[in-house]
Design a protein. Structure first.
Length: 326
């Protein structure tokens, strides 16, 4: 996706680096400037996502948010919970604490509508990220930062079609996550073949391997697997080996293991939504709004992807992933 000039300008002017690897718990990421960051002031910004603790994808989001907080001298807190009811409670808590702004991912927008409405009613600016772009404006958010899931899905479908895939297994790892279904639908639009969905539980990767293995053994026509999560991708890789299948594998999102598997030819490509930006840019936007009433996006989402990591660029991306920024 083409980035807006405003976003390009921001990225050119503000260089920061995260400090934890994608597979480890995220730590505060230092600003690139050699000058000491100003002391954090006020109630700061709350980042509330549907990511589980220790998830390598969300660790990178957290790195980006904390790096921006250091850059601007603002307090940033990060909390994640995959249960939308608990996520709503975290939003309510942030409202009661009168934070200066809230960043929230909306895997289940309807479940969060009331809580986000309370924040907007309290005149707390909200930026949505990652999932739920279609509901962001209607809920009163300043903007949405993330990837257009259907566009990314169509891109994945095109590449899988070029690789010869005619029947694809799309592995959904979170029930009720609208963005995941959009990815599968996008792939279905461009593949030109059959797309079948398989529901799994991301918290039980051994069961993911077992279910994918069973499907590949029972349906020999499946010659492609699309994972929508890096941990699920590695479980699917093992399933392809266990089943003796020749199915080609692709995934959404990155981890160190995924990048290594791409380099080794075990995964064709990864769709990269550059989630570091989904942490960094919202804090930047909220800080600009707080200090200068700037809004970004003109009512449209700010796209952070899709990009594609293939064998051609995996080596370079691997170094960035080790630093916790990809």
């Amino acid at each position: 996706m083409r980035r807006t000039p405003i976003v390009l300008a921001l990225l050119g002017a503000l260089a920061v680096t995260g400090c934890s690897s994608g597979g480890q718990s995220a730590q505060s990421a230092p600003a690139a400037s050699s000058a000491a960051a100003p002391a954090a002031t006020s109630a700061g910004f709350a980042v509330i996502t549907h990511g589980a603790a220790g998830d390598s994808f969300w660790d990178v989001v957290k790195n980006g948010a904390e790096a921006a907080g250091k850059q601007y001298g603002v307090k940033v807190t990060y909390q994640g919970d995959g249960d939308p009811a608990k996520q709503s409670q975290l939003i309510d808590q942030a409202v009661s604490e009168k934070v200066d702004g809230i960043v929230v991912s909306m895997a289940n927008p309807d479940a969060l509508k009331e809580a986000i409405g309370k924040a907007v009613a309290a005149k707390i600016p909200v930026v949505t990220i990652n999932s739920g772009a279609d509901s962001s404006k209607a809920f009163g958010a300043l903007t949405h930062v993330g990837q257009s899931e259907d566009v990314a899905g169509r891109g994945a479908g095109e590449q899988l079609k070029a690789a010869g895939v005619t029947k694809l297994l799309c592995v959904i790892h979170e029930a009720g996550n609208v963005g995941l279904d959009q990815r599968c639908m996008g792939a279905e639009q461009t593949l030109g073949g059959t797309v079948e969905r398989l529901q799994v539980d991301v918290s039980n990767l051994a069961d993911v391997t077992s279910k994918v293995t069973a499907k590949l053994q029972s349906d020999k026509q499946v010659n492609g697997v699309l994972a929508l999560n890096p941990a699920v991708a590695i479980a699917a890789r093992d399933a392809i080996k266990d089943s003796g299948s020749q199915a080609k594998l692709a995934t959404f999102d990155l981890s160190g293991d995924v990048v290594s598997a791409i380099k080794d030819g075990e995964i064709l490509f990864a769709v990269d939504q550059q989630q570091y930006l989904q942490g960094y840019l919202p804090i930047t936007f909220l800080n600009l709004y707080k200090n200068n009433l700037n809004t970004v996006g003109g009512g449209l989402p700010v796209n952070t992807g899709p990009g594609f990591v293939t064998k051609d660029n995996a080596e370079q991306v691997a170094k960035l992933a080790e630093a916790g920024t990809r």
